[in-house]
Design a protein around this ligand. Structure first.
Ligand SMILES: Cc1cc2nc3c(=O)[nH]c(=O)nc-3n(C[C@H](O)[C@H](O)[C@H](O)COP(=O)(O)OP(=O)(O)OC[C@H]3O[C@@H](n4cnc5c(N)ncnc54)[C@H](O)[C@@H]3O)c2cc1C
Length: 401
């Protein structure tokens, strides 16, 4: 891995990254993926991740000693931008392994947990996240899955839902209640649970898109050893905050870059199509596109500002929420515009076989997917509460006891 020691984004760095993606992008992959069986798709994803890892691009944010690229935040944005420019495949299948696992274990794990799991996850072992439950989403602290002490370990009973890619995952980052007598935010423990054992049943959920990206996980006495606790027993709530912060902000920078390149490609397509018929007036399509471009500039600038502040060590709560609300709502608007302008043609689509990202140029599919980002990692209404309270200093909304 070539590396710029001070983390600066030089012209040389940018063109090196651009050249690499241009040379390694598996051109035509979207069509190829359509024809793949699930096994072939899993293999395709693993191979792509291994290729990315030869340059540290699979986990550019993770220090090199743990198998990542060790790039600065500004360099990560450059990598994501050049990645999006050639529309190369994403790494969604490994999202928890690449982001949440290192984010959580490097902050709160033991040395043994870091050694055992971080590099393995970056190499392609799939993890999922078992936070949400049927009665605990936005109000996560009301979760009811229990872990009961059993010898020197634990037995887990309960149900999780919306767990992305749990059907392919080996391990789960799991929140469970260990002290029912403690107040809601206390008495929760953060576990590493091996899903490959009796007492675990994973059931995929079919979404409106026809894909099965989420699962329910049923635990009926699954075992977690004493080395599976992250942070302290009953202290999982604080640890979970570092996972959630990862999920809200930096993950979306990829979508911001993909939207930008998609908008520019659309501008070029419209410009060449309309050249002969130009009257001097903006068409309704062009005016809408101009508004989207202006908004994209604003969202990208906002994210750039947040990245600057994060790079300077400012981790004030709320920055990630601001990024998430702004890019996810722009994504929804962009997908809505694309679907509307293509009319009935947008509805005629080949059924997807596997998830291929959020900006795929399949308008109806992108539109359906776009709602996911306004909900995942905490719905936007909740993000607005966080922005109000932590960034703007507004009074806290009443909390359930
Ligand atoms: C693409 C995607 C991937 C996901 N992946 C995972 C995963 O891997 N693991 C996992 O554990 N979970 C996952 N989730 C679940 C996600 O975390 C929850 O859907 C989310 O936290 C919202 O919870 P809920 O669906 O129960 O909605 P609810 O909490 O029931 O909310 C319903 C509505 O009420 C609003 N609302 C609730 N409380 C308030 C309030 N206090 N103030 C204002 N409005 C409020 C919400 O904003 C929302 O509009 C995923 C979700 C999506 C969409």
């Amino acid at each position: 891995v070539t590396h710029v020691a001070d983390g600066a984004v030089t012209d040389a760095f940018r063109s090196e990254v651009a050249d690499w993606f241009a040379a390694h992008n598996p051109v035509g992959w979207r069509d190829a993926v359509r024809a793949m069986s699930t096994e072939e798709w899993l293999d395709f994803n693993r191979t792509w991740l291994r290729t990315l890892n030869t340059r540290g691009y699979g986990a550019p944010h993770v220090p090199r000693e743990w198998g990542g690229g060790g790039y600065s935040l500004h360099q990560q944005v450059t990598i994501l931008s050049e990645w999006a420019r050639v529309d190369a495949p994403g790494t969604d299948l490994f999202e928890i392994s690449l982001f949440h696992v290192p984010g959580t274990l490097l902050a709160a794990g033991t040395d043994e947990q870091r050694q055992r799991y971080v590099r393995q996850g970056i190499d392609g072992v799939i993890w999922c996240q078992g936070f949400s439950e049927p009665g605990a989403g936005s109000d996560l602290a009301s979760l009811r899955t229990r872990a009961v002490a059993d010898g020197d370990g634990w037995r887990v009973h309960g149900q999780k839902i919306w767990s992305s890619h749990a059907d392919h995952a080996r391990y789960c980052l799991l929140l469970a209640r260990t002290n029912p007598d403690a107040s809601r935010h206390h008495g929760i423990t953060y576990f590493i649970c091996d899903l490959d054992q009796p007492g675990v049943e994973v059931r995929p959920i079919t979404q409106t898109t026809g894909l099965q990206g989420f699962c329910e996980i049923f635990f009926d006495g699954a075992h977690v050893g004493p080395d599976g606790v992250i942070g302290g027993v009953d202290d999982g709530w604080a640890v979970a905050q570092s996972t959630l912060e990862t999920e809200r902000g930096v993950l979306g920078l990829d979508v911001v870059e993909r939207m930008g390149h998609h908008l520019h490609r659309t501008v070029q397509a419209l410009a060449s199509r309309d050249e002969e018929h130009r009257s001097g007036e903006l068409t309704a399509d062009e005016a809408a596109l101009a508004r989207l471009l202006a908004r994209h500039h604003a969202v990208r600038a906002l994210c750039g500002h947040a990245v600057d502040r994060l790079e300077q060590g400012d981790h004030s709560g709320g920055l990630a929420s601001l990024m998430k609300v702004s890019f996810s709502e722009l994504l929804q608007e962009l997908a809505d515009w694309e679907t509307t302008r293509r009319g009935e043609a947008a509805l005629v689509q080949r059924p997807p076989m596997h998830f291929c990202g959020y900006v795929t140029d399949e308008p109806a599919l992108d539109w359906l997917h776009s709602w996911g980002w306004t909900i995942a990692g905490g719905a936007n209404e909740i993000q607005r509460n966080i922005i109000g309270e932590r960034l703007l200093g507004l009074p806290r909304q009443p909390r359930p006891r």
